[in-house]
Design a protein around this ligand. Structure first.
Ligand code: ZN
Length: 48
């Protein structure tokens, strides 16, 4: 399976990884942990 991570800023595909990614477009380094935060938006704790 191929999971392409994208830059949270410009949405270009990221190089390297899987721990530390680099965006060739905006020359930014993005930690996988940061991407994880981006992808998993804090779900509101809906108490029943
Ligand atoms: Zn970028």
């Amino acid at each position: 399976m191929t999971l392409t991570s994208r830059c949270p800023r410009c949405h270009h595909a990221l190089d390297e990884g899987p721990i530390l990614y680099r965006c060739a477009h905006c020359q930014r380094t993005i930690w996988a942990a940061d991407l994880d935060v981006e992808h998993h938006a804090p779900a509101p704790m809906s108490a029943a």
